[in-house]
Write a protein that binds this ligand. Structure first.
Ligand code: ADP
Ligand code: MG
Length: 225
């Protein structure tokens, strides 16, 4: 039975995900407990422990916030939204983050609306995660371009960077929970993006050349008039 097979596969993935989330959260918790114990015994001063606790708690907070929007079914808060406007607002907001790194964020967003049925918070998270990755991938004085257009009944978005690129041999690992190449990465951003776009009946893919840059392409069906 095909449906049962898919169901079992989904349960297996959910189980693996739960196990890896538990693992990721347990590491900082173990550190917090250990350092609190040392402070209690007087081996460490609480004032020296404080920054460590702060960093570990922030880590748990980041993981929790990246996962927050994942569990929510798309049907909550689904509306027809103008994604031109949504993306314009996100780019304006992300531009300040890019500028802090001396990175230029260009955006070419059409003057006409792109109406899609979606959960605005989730789509916002998708664009933010992808643009954030692009900012992290480019060197200082790098360039990021965000394009939006209409193509064959879909809204299509491209996020192009001239950053480090993704080596061929790790390209199929992207989007696996907790897969990261960054020292302070969570490896949750793309998994959340893939999940949300799938729930919107859209598509997400990327093309990358190591040392040259990466283009992420997201398509979401337009509402029929
Ligand atoms: P994180 O950003 O926390 O590492 P993500 O799921 O957002 O987790 O990304 C997973 C990995 O995909 C990153 O660690 C990085 O190796 C790779 N990646 C994603 N976007 C880009 C990009 N624009 N350029 C280069 N590498 C990227
Ligand atoms: Mg990321």
């Amino acid at each position: 039975n095909h449906d049962l097979m898919i169901r079992n596969e989904k349960l297996e993935i959910a189980g693996q995900l739960a196990a890896s989330i538990a693992h990721e959260i347990r590491n900082p918790l173990t550190a917090i407990k250990g350092f609190m114990k040392l402070a209690e015994q007087g081996s460490l001063h609480i004032k020296d422990v404080y920054p460590i606790l702060d960093a570990e708690i922030n880590r748990i907070e980041t993981i929790a916030s990246e996962l927050l929007l994942l569990g929510k079914p798309v049907s909550t808060e689904i509306k027809v939204m103008d994604l031109s406007k949504l993306l314009y607002d996100i780019c304006t907001f992300m531009q300040s983050q890019a500028n802090m790194k001396n990175v230029i964020l260009h955006f070419n967003i059409p003057n006409k609306p792109l109406y899609c049925k979606c959960n605005g918070d989730q789509i916002k998270q998708v664009f933010m995660n992808i643009i954030k990755n692009a900012i992290e991938a480019v060197p200082s004085s790098g360039q990021i371009t965000v394009n939006a257009k209409e193509i064959e009944g879909d809204a299509m978005f491209e996020i192009i960077d001239n950053g480090v690129g993704i080596p061929i041999d790790i390209q199929n690992k992207l989007g696996e929970p907790f897969y990261t190449t960054k020292e302070k990465g969570t490896g949750l951003g793309l998994m959340v993006c893939y999940n949300i776009i799938e729930q919107h009946n859209g598509n997400i893919c990327f093309h990358s050349i190591e040392g040259e840059g990466t283009t992420f392409t997201v398509t979401i069906p337009l509402v029929k008039e």
